[in-house]
Design a protein. Structure first.
Length: 323
């Protein structure tokens, strides 16, 4: 298994969230070619997760499963490489990780150890693939080794996610007579300004809760008073959300509508000796090659050295967990 070649092949298949079918079909073919019993797990429309097990294990479900996601954020960036790094969208988040996990599974198979492989869709948008997969977990699965770019260090915690949608509504009018209309943008901007200035909680080990205003849209034309404006916000959480949600509602004010379409909890992890339960797939361990600091950037890359080290690391962790 050449992890560098597979990483580049996966990067060159565009799989922005919602459009993962082509990369899932490619991986299905590769895993089947390698002899895995591979199952497509329907998620939505023609989108599917993949779950693969080694036939040598017979009817026994694996105790350890390697998992990560197949989707990427936009825009699509094709692969390239130099002597040290592989570049392109998804190189570290998380197509290089897929390649490392498959290579680790192949090595373990040769040693008579049979982990499972679970690759999901939608992680970068709404985690729909993970939600569906959680309802199809094998009862025997004790540990989920989840791949995210942590520079091959075991993560002690994972920030949660709170997606917030802020919508303002107004009344259209000719721009020469603004008094006849009601500007939705004039309502949205002050609400966002207040939210940006709102103090956010912090954790002494993990750091602060953060806010990103990722999308703003609205208006009709420069000469029309806008009747609609909307913003998508993302808070990365370091604790519970109840107080934060109340503060967001109070700070945004009554000139806008605020909804919370997605919440993923803040999680603390422990070392291998006692990892807390995260999903029905067993106790989670979060680790993978690549740096989160270059994920989602124009110059996203993964170091080839870390990719190779991750294969060794995944094998070592799986063996330790299965003792």
């Amino acid at each position: 298994m050449d992890a560098v070649t597979l990483t580049r092949q996966l990067i060159d298949i565009e799989s922005i969230s919602g459009n993962e079918t082509a990369v899932a079909n490619y991986l299905y073919g590769e895993l089947t070619r390698l002899g895995y019993q591979t199952r497509k797990m329907p998620v939505e429309g023609n989108r599917c997760n993949l779950y693969a097990t080694a036939p040598e294990a017979g009817s026994r479900d694996p105790e350890v499963v390697f998992s990560t996601h197949m989707d990427t954020v936009p825009p699509f960036i094709p692969s390239s490489e130099d002597s040290d790094k592989i570049y392109g969208r998804g190189s570290c988040d998380a197509k290089g990780i897929i390649a490392a996990q498959i290579a680790a599974s192949e090595r373990l198979r040769r040693e008579g150890i049979y982990p499972g492989l679970l690759f999901v869709v939608g992680e970068e948008r709404d985690s729909l693939g993970a939600k569906v997969a959680n309802d199809h977990a094998p009862k025997s699965c004790k540990f989920l080794i989840n791949g995210e770019p942590t520079e091959n260090h075991i993560a002690l915690a994972s920030k949660g996610t709170l997606r917030v949608e802020v919508t303002a509504r107004g009344r259209m009018a000719h721009s020469a007579y603004p008094e006849l209309g009601e500007s939705a943008i004039d309502k949205l901007i002050p609400a966002l300004t207040r939210l940006r200035a709102m103090p956010l909680p912090s954790d002494p080990e993990v750091g602060p809760c953060t806010l990103n205003i990722g999308l703003i849209e609205g208006g009709r034309a420069p000469n029309v008073i806008p009747d609609y404006a909307h913003a998508d916000l993302l808070y990365r959480l370091v604790g519970k959300t109840d107080d934060l949600r109340r503060n967001i509602l109070a700070t945004a004010g009554d000139q806008v509508e605020v909804t919370f379409p997605l919440k993923l909890p803040f999680l603390r992890f422990r070392k291998i000796e006692g990892i807390p339960k995260l999903t029905n797939w067993g106790e989670p361990l979060l680790i993978g090659p690549g740096s989160i600091h270059v994920a989602h950037t124009e110059g996203e890359y993964i170091e080839k050295k870390q990719l190779v080290e991750a294969i060794d690391l995944y094998c070592r962790i799986a063996k330790q967990l299965m003792k």
